[in-house]
Design a binder for this molecule. Structure first.
Ligand SMILES: Nc1nc2c(ncn2[C@@H]2O[C@H](COP(=O)(O)OP(=O)(O)OP(=O)(O)O)[C@@H](O)[C@H]2O)c(=O)[nH]1
Ligand SMILES: [Mg+2]
Length: 340
């Protein structure tokens, strides 16, 4: 299966522009996703931001397991960073503003002795969809930067004047050219930081349900109306012909009555459900990564690239769902179906 790598032209351009603009800012605010902080930090930024004071925000902390987030905070403090857990949709901004003041105080002081009230200027950076624009809106107090629940919403840099002496620069999300750790790449895909259109959402959804089941079995079974036995269907049985068990996505469709004509399960709908509901936090507060974890799943991320190359009609038109793959008819509930 091809590896996942999403580094479109605008990200390379963003990198060039950022490295130029970094020279003119007093500090950097780096956002990552509290559910997988390590996977959602761009290693490229260590080089790009060298010499700059950096404030690390574990954003979307309202969606992560609080105990795991506490361990991440300890982990990053041990590395000499000053991490802050944050919910851009609800947290108070006091701690952030205090950190900004502290990070910029040397530059502000230098100017003060010259009789100038300096405006602190900070760049907000991070991978796509971690909440950079929402964060800025939170600090600003109302919506000023466009935000949305998909990667690649912000396409150009935008300065936001938060107050007389504070400006924040919103930037487009940036990945790195080669996602060499495919385990981390898979987490990025689950979290919605990679364009869904280049992914095999069916394969991704099956893997995500299994991962979530290993972390929060009761919540997953309750949310998707499935049982633990549905997660890992038994191997096909052979008694002269093969009998294949329904997959977990088949089971989700059965539980909701999502059948297409001919009794086929609406797998595309079930895949979208799994990804959307996890991303929106409907499974509960779940962290996908803990300090010291090896990659959760180092297998290549299922990508549709080869299929896309061969079948341009599989490319999703804006606003239209991807055509679902042809499926075999569903067996009666609990039953088996012959393999062709
Ligand atoms: N629950 C929760 N959702 C958040 C939080 N921050 C952002 N979001 C949601 O995450 C999605 C992405 O937010 P954006 O602010 O557009 O993310 P971004 O990093 O600017 O994305 P790009 O511009 O595409 O790089 C939106 O649906 C936000 O409402 C948070 O702290 N908690
Ligand atoms: Mg944005």
């Amino acid at each position: 299966m091809p590896e996942i790598n999403w580094y479109p032209g605008h990200m390379a351009k963003t990198r060039r522009i950022l490295s130029e603009q970094l020279k003119g800012v007093d500090a950097v605010i780096e956002l990552c996703d509290a559910r997988a902080p390590q996977a959602t930090r761009n290693p490229d930024l260590n080089y790009l931001c060298r010499g700059k004071t950096r404030i690390l925000i574990l954003n979307k902390a309202d969606l992560a397991d609080d105990a795991v987030t506490a361990r991440w905070l300890t982990h990053y403090r041990g590395m000499g960073l000053s991490p802050i857990r944050f919910n851009s949709n609800g947290s108070r901004t006091h701690d952030i503003l205090a950190s900004i003041e502290e990070a910029c105080s040397p530059a502000v002081e230098r100017m003060r002795v010259r009789g100038v009230n300096k405006t602190a200027r900070l760049m907000v950076i991070g991978i796509p969809n971690v909440g950079k624009s929402t964060f800025i809106n939170r600090i600003f107090g109302r919506s000023v930067a466009q935000a949305g629940d998909r990667p690649g919403v912000t396409r150009t840099n935008q300065w936001v004047k938060v107050g007389p002496y504070l400006e924040l620069l919103d930037t487009p999300g940036m990945l790195w050219p080669k996602l060499s750790d495919q385990g981390d790449a898979r987490l990025l895909a689950y979290l919605g930081s990679i364009r869904d259109e280049i992914l095999d959402s069916e394969g991704l959804a099956v893997d995500l349900v299994k991962l979530l089941f290993s972390l929060a079995p009761d919540a997953v079974c309750a949310r998707f109306h499935i049982t633990p036995d549905d997660i890992n269907p038994p191997e096909p049985e052979y008694d002269g012909e093969y009998h294949e068990s329904p997959t977990v996505l088949d089971r989700i469709c059965l539980g909701r009555g999502w059948l297409l004509s001919g009794g086929r399960a609406d797998i595309a709908r079930a895949s979208a459900l799994v990804l959307d509901e996890f991303r929106a936090g409907l499974i509960g507060k779940v962290s996908l990564q803990r300090p010291g974890d090896q990659a959760v799943n180092a297998a290549p991320v299922p990508v549709l690239q080869a299929e896309l190359d061969e079948r341009p009609e599989m490319r999703r038109q804006p606003g239209k769902a991807r055509p679902s793959r042809p499926r075999r008819p569903m067996p009666p509930q609990g039953g088996k179906r012959p393999r062709r």
